[in-house]
Design a protein around this ligand. Structure first.
Ligand SMILES: Nc1ncnc2c1ncn2[C@@H]1O[C@H](COP(=O)(O)OP(=O)(O)O)[C@@H](O)[C@H]1O
Ligand SMILES: CC(C)(COP(=O)(O)O)[C@@H](O)C(=O)NCCC(=O)O
Length: 310
C-alpha cells in the first residue's frame, strides 16, 4: 500500500492487502448461488468472492452510509424532510471482461446488508437503439460504441430514479435476439441502490449536457489486458456456439453450423473491428474516472485493486 504524496489519485492494493480489508464481513453466498450468478465461461469461485467482493461490499456499505448522512444534512438544511435518494453505482469495462458477473454479484451481496436490502440492476444495453435504427443510421457495425445508445434516455432514466420517482421504466435488450425486445419493459421502484452496468457509463458528457456518471455515487472499472480480454471473448464465443447459438431464436443461429476454424475467424473479426476498437478508443480512456479499478489477471482473478482516495 502506498500513501505518500504521489501524483496519482489512486492507492494501489495487492490482492492480499485488499482481501485483509474484509475485516469481519460475513460470506452470505453459497456455491450454488454463485453458479447462478457467474457469466458464461467465468471461472469465479467462492475464494474470489471472499477475497475481492466482501471487502468491496464493506467499502460500499460504509460509503452508502456516509452518503445517507450527507443527504440527511442537506434535507435538514432545506427543511424539506425528503426521503433519501437512491445510491447509484456504475460499473464499466470492455465487452467480455466480466462486468455482468461483477454487477450480478454485487446486486446479490449488497441486498443482504440490512441498510440497503432493495438493490436494482440495469444494464445499458437496454438503451441501445434497436437494430432497425442502427441500420437506418448506417451504424450496425458500431453496436456498443457511444453513438449506438440513446444517451439522453439513459441519463433521463437514471436522473428519474435518483430524483425518487416512484416507478421508472426502461426497455429490454436480448442478447439472444441481438436486439431490443419490442414492447418489453423493466421497472425500477425507488431502490436503496441502483447498479448501472455498461461499456460506456464513464464517458464524459458533451458540452452543456449531463452524463449518466453525473448521477453516480461510486463507480467501478473492471480492467484487464487487451490480449486477455480477447482470449476470454473468443473462448466465450465458442462456448456460446455450443449453447445459446443453438437456440432457434438466436440471432447467431447460423454460427453454430460453421466449422471451428470459420467461427474463430468470424469472432476474431468482430473482436478486432468492433469490441477491441471500442475498448481502445472509448472505454479504456475512461478508466481514470472510476473510483475503484479491479485489475484482473489472465485467469480472470483480481490481482490488484486501485482505490481513488481523492
Ligand atoms: N451472443 C450472446 N448470446 C447470449 N449471451 C451473450 C452473448 N454475448 C454476451 N452474452 C452474455 O451477456 C452478458 C454481458 O456480456 P458483455 O456485454 O460482453 O459483458 P461482460 O462480459 O463484461 O459481462 C454476459 O453474461 C455474457 O455471457
Ligand atoms: C450488447 C453490448 C453492446 C453490451 O452492452 P452494454 O450492456 O455493456 O451497454 C455487447 O455485448 C455487444 O453485443 N456488442 C456488439 C459486438 C458483439 O457482438 O460482440
Amino acid at each position: 500500500m502506498t500513501n505518500g504524496w504521489e501524483a496519482t489519485p489512486y492507492v494501489e492494493l495487492s490482492r492480499e492487502q485488499w482481501s485483509g480489508l474484509r475485516r469481519n464481513t460475513p460470506l452470505t453466498l453459497t456455491e450454488d448461488e454463485l453458479k447462478g450468478l457467474r457469466g458464461v465461461d467465468d471461472p469465479i469461485d467462492l475464494a474470489e468472492v471472499t477475497d475481492i467482493y466482501l471487502p468491496l461490499t464493506r467499502l460500499l456499505n460504509l460509503h452508502f452510509t456516509g452518503g445517507r448522512q450527507r443527504g440527511a444534512a442537506v434535507s435538514t438544511f432545506l427543511g424539506t424532510g425528503a426521503g433519501p435518494a437512491p445510491y447509484v453505482l456504475g460499473i464499466a469495462g470492455s465487452v467480455a471482461v466480466g462486468k455482468s458477473t461483477t454487477a450480478r454479484l454485487l446486486h446479490t451481496l449488497l441486498a443482504r446488508w440490512p441498510e440497503h436490502p432493495r438493490v436494482d440492476l440495469i444494464t445499458t444495453d437496454s438503451f441501445l437503439y434497436p437494430n432497425a435504427v442502427l441500420a437506418a443510421r448506417d451504424i450496425t457495425h458500431r453496436k456498443g460504441f457511444p453513438e449506438s445508445y440513446d444517451r439522453r434516455a439513459l441519463v433521463r432514466f437514471v436522473a428519474d430514479v435518483k430524483a425518487g420517482r416512484p416507478e421508472v421504466t426502461a426497455p429490454v435488450y436480448s442478447h439472444l435476439e441481438y436486439d431490443i425486445v419490442p414492447g418489453a419493459t423493466q421497472t425500477v421502484r425507488r431502490p436503496d441502490i441502483l447498479i448501472v452496468e455498461g461499456l460506456n457509463v464513464l464517458q464524459p458528457a458533451p458540452p452543456a449536457a449531463l452524463a449518466v456518471n453525473d448521477y453516480f455515487d461510486f463507480s467501478i472499472y473492471v480492467d484487464a489486458k487487451v490480449e486477455h480480454v480477447r482470449n476470454w471473448y473468443l473462448d466465450r464465443f465458442h462456448k456460446l456456439r455450443r449453447t445459446a447459438f443453438e437456440d432457434p431464436r438466436s440471432y447467431f443461429r447460423h454460427l453454430a453450423e460453421l466449422s471451428d476454424h470459420e467461427a474463430t475467424e468470424f469472432a476474431r473479426n468482430v473482436w478486432r473491428d468492433i469490441n477491441e476498437r471500442n475498448l481502445v478508443e472509448n472505454i479504456a480512456p475512461t478508466r481514470g474516472r472510476a473510483d475503484l479499478v479491479l485489475h484482473k489477471g489472465a485467469d480472470h482473478s483480481v490481482r490488484r485493486v486501485g482505490l481513488r482516495r481523492i
